[in-house]
Write a protein that binds this ligand. Structure first.
Ligand code: HAM
Length: 427
């Protein structure tokens, strides 16, 4: 079918989400909110745009996202703002501004904007579900945050997910390691990829994040941070691994995992979905950022969190062929009214107030047309109100999943409708 000619479309790398797909989004967000609630998190909402300095100092000037992907603009008051490319820096900015009691545990669902080359699983606007904990560096929190993510992936039906983990150390051990790594790159400079041959000096750690073969080859022969951690960072990492083992969560040490932002310290992790294509298979990632609050002008405050891309979660579910019904909340009831009488309006309201997800047809369309809409609506039961029913003070109930509804349909007194429907829906 040729595409309709319309004057405006959603910008490149963005998408509209409509039903029935939007029901899956709703399901994912609801399950995430429920998980976060169980783990003691409360919702945080921050503006979609921030002073560009929040990201410059937050995610780091040298990060790929800051250098190549930010949406920066000047408003009419000549202030320089940026659309948020990720959630963490804004949440930490809000933490510093409002000084909530610590440990502060916040979750969010937010769009994030990155000027990427659009492809499946990589968009210019994507959505993240995430959590952040500020005010403790207890390794038990690292374990808790990872357990939340891992349990969430299970709850949405994903089975082929692996957890990769590493430690980025702290200033002192990382400083010494960067010196070693720089010496390695100096000797092997000509063998790095075109981009990093030029700029590896600006931030040698970024080369570890490069997926191109020449950089992978050079770094795999070089020193790894995990072998050069100071005693404190090593002890922290060991406690995290021990905690994960005690919860039965498998992880794989991934020494090249440095993640894309400059704020990470100590624990870093990523969840990859094996059912997805390698380049876009990270469905979630996060880690500690014990220096970020200071970078943004706050008091020294430890932090840790993760973010997970909604679009990638749905792609991973589709690739694993997980049943969509697990996420979809469908309508319970559909009211068909051929009389145009207020009785239908009253009945629909009564059912909604009683807690049933109920929809109806409008405009007094024919019985056949209304039945078609009812069938498409995904509702379990259709409730029919015709002149006969109104005269008798009754409703006809039809099971929309039943093939021989003529046989199975039943008439029920209006006064008994709520209890009868409640009963039928549990069957
Ligand atoms: P991130 O790894 O950049 O981390 O993004 C988190 C997740 O968002 C990724 O694992 C991926 O699922 C999804 N994602 C990222 N970029 C795109 C894109 N262009 N299109 C589609 N999905 C994408 C962060 O953003 C950190 N703030 C996570 C964090 C929280 N670290 C500590 N706390």
């Amino acid at each position: 079918m040729s595409e309709a000619v319309v004057p405006f479309k959603a910008p490149v790398g963005t998408h509209d989400v409509l039903a029935p797909t939007s029901a899956l989004w709703e399901g994912l967000v609801a399950i995430f909110a429920q998980s976060a609630y169980r783990y003691g998190f409360s919702l945080v909402m921050t503006p979609l745009f921030e002073d560009v300095g929040v990201f410059l100092r937050g995610i780091g000037e040298q990060s790929d996202v800051f250098r190549k992907e930010m949406y920066v603009f000047e408003d009419r008051g000549e202030r320089r703002y940026a659309l948020r490319p990720e959630g963490t820096a804004s949440v930490v900015r809000a933490f510093i501004q409002h000084q909530p009691t610590t440990p502060w545990k916040a979750w969010y669902v937010t769009p994030a904007f990155r000027y990427e080359r659009p492809q499946a699983g990589r968009y210019r606007q994507h959505y993240q579900l995430g959590v952040e904990v500020l005010g403790t560096d207890d390794p038990a929190v690292d374990v808790e945050v990872i357990a939340l993510a891992s349990g969430f992936y299970q709850a949405i039906g994903l089975r082929k997910v692996r957890l990769l983990i590493n430690s980025m150390g702290h200033d002192v051990c990382r400083g010494a390691y960067v010196t070693l790594l720089s010496a390695h790159f100096k000797v092997n400079e000509t063998q790095l990829c075109d981009e990093h041959r030029e700029i590896w000096r600006e931030n040698p750690l970024r080369v570890l994040d490069c997926k191109r073969d020449p950089c992978v080859e050079v770094t795999s022969r070089g020193p790894m941070l995990i072998d050069h951690l100071c005693d404190d960072c090593r002890a922290h990492f060991d406690k995290v691994i021990k905690g994960l083992v005690s919860l039965g969560i498998d992880s794989t040490l991934s020494p090249r995992l440095v993640r894309g932002f400059d704020y990470y310290t100590r624990t870093t992790f990523e969840f990859v979905a094996d059912a997805l294509d390698g380049a876009q298979n990270a469905i979630g990632g996060g880690g500690r950022y014990d220096k970020l609050a200071e970078e943004l002008g706050g008091k020294p405050t430890s932090g840790i969190g993760f973010g997970s891309g909604v679009e990638r979660l749905l792609l991973a579910r589709a690739a694993e062929k997980v049943d969509d019904e697990l996420l979809r909340r469908s309508l319970d009831l559909f009211v068909i009214d051929t009389t145009g009488d207020d009785a239908a309006t009253v009945l629909v309201e009564q059912l909604r107030v009683a807690g049933f997800a109920t929809d109806r047809a409008y405009d007094q369309r024919s019985m056949k047309a209304q039945m078609k809409v009812a069938d498409k609506s995904g509702a379990r039961l259709a409730l029919l109100l015709g002149p006969d029913e109104i005269a008798a003070g009754e409703v006809t109930i039809r099971d929309l999943r039943s093939k021989d509804f003529e046989q199975t349909q039943q008439r029920v007194a209006l006064s008994e409708i709520v209890s009868t429907v409640a009963n039928l829906l549990t069957k």
